[in-house]
Design a protein around this ligand. Structure first.
Ligand SMILES: [Zn+2]
Length: 69
């Protein structure tokens, strides 16, 4: 089972911490913001504290995030 980009449905690397491809991520947030989001999520995953400090962003949160920005 492979992950797919929530925007364009293109396949995303299973090991990726994000649910969308780089192209869409940068298209939505811009490269700087996209890199910051990816870094936050990777840091959260490394620390094993996903969700406990609001560092991990779920697909739903990403959609809300998109609305805010
Ligand atoms: Zn995509």
């Amino acid at each position: 089972m492979s992950k797919k980009c929530i925007y364009c449905k293109k396949e995303v690397n299973d090991e990726s911490v994000i649910d969308f491809c780089e192209k869409c991520g940068i298209g939505v947030w811009g490269e700087k913001m996209f890199n910051a989001i990816v870094k936050n999520m990777e840091d959260a995953q490394d620390k094993g504290d996903i969700n406990s400090k609001g560092l991990f962003i779920s697909s739903d949160e990403i959609k809300n995030y998109r609305k805010i920005i």
